[in-house]
Ligand binder design. Structure first.
Ligand SMILES: [Zn+2]
Length: 259
């Protein structure tokens, strides 16, 4: 069901000014990224296309945006529309029309989020709106009832506010565990994450699909490298081997009685 050559890439803010986490992509760099995707023969789809199980383009790519920042509406939306592209916007529902504060403690600036009306406008252009939970909490530490709220209630409220069907979820901070996956399955067809590849439970689980993060510092060359699927697969395998190697070394040392 998930095509083996599907790429999912991720952005946060599209801003001229940099931020501490280096996730704010400069608008000019973002435009260049989109042009690179076109030049390399990629066609954007979203999870609604995957769910419909129709014929997919030869080189499908899903572009996701976490956090539902206003910069998506102001910059990215227009640039995507110009190129006939689609994308998925992941929204923390309790921040719709407000500014974020979940990472302000870490020294981050406050950023505005899109309003319900802007989200509706985006959905009307056949973009996908997905859940980024209610409050952008770290899900692994929550009880089942809190998790139900963050996952189930966010979907219900988002569908009500945007008049669009919500079929995918992005886990805050990209992190999840088995319990999060189990409960997500009740509400969503697809889930996306940002954990290092060697932490993945099951690479083919459609509720924890891996994404490629695009950072402030990515150049046209590093973007192309990240897009190259064979390299990406190799990177995953390499990371896994390094990780397994690290464990093997620890075990061997223990068996030999070394530190
Ligand atoms: Zn987020």
């Amino acid at each position: 069901m998930i095509p083996s050559n599907l790429l999912i890439i991720n952005y946060h803010k599209i801003e001229k000014k940099s931020d501490i986490g280096l996730t704010a992509r400069h608008p000019e760099a973002f435009k260049r990224d989109l042009d690179t995707l076109v030049q390399e023969g990629y066609t954007t789809i979203n999870f609604h296309h995957l769910k419909a199980q129709g014929k997919l383009p030869a080189k499908p790519v899903i572009i996701t945006f976490d956090d539902g920042y206003l910069s998506f509406y102001d910059v990215a939306f227009k640039e995507l529309l110009k190129r006939n592209m689609t994308a998925v916007v992941y929204v923390p529902v309790n921040y719709i029309g407000k500014s974020n504060d979940w990472d302000v403690q870490l020294g981050y600036k406050k950023y505005a989020h899109m309003t319900a009306q802007q989200l509706q406008e985006i959905a009307e252009q056949n973009f996908e709106i997905g859940s980024h939970t209610l409050n952008h909490k770290y899900l692994n530490g929550l009880s089942d009832s809190e998790l139900e709220k963050e996952l189930g209630e966010s979907k219900r409220m988002l569908e009500e506010q945007t008049a669009a069907s919500v079929i995918s979820v992005s886990y805050p901070f990209g992190k999840y565990n088995k319990n999060v996956l189990k409960l997500s399955q009740k509400y969503y067809d697809f889930g996306v994450q940002l954990m290092p590849p060697f932490f993945r439970d099951s690479p083919d689980n459609k509720l924890c699909l891996q994404r490629i993060n695009i950072y402030r510092t990515d150049s046209a060359a590093t973007l192309k490298k990240k897009l190259s699927y064979s390299n990406y697969k190799l990177l995953i395998i390499k990371n896994r081997l390094i990780q397994q190697g690290a464990w093997a070394t620890i075990l061997l040392k223990k068996m030999r009685g070394n530190k």
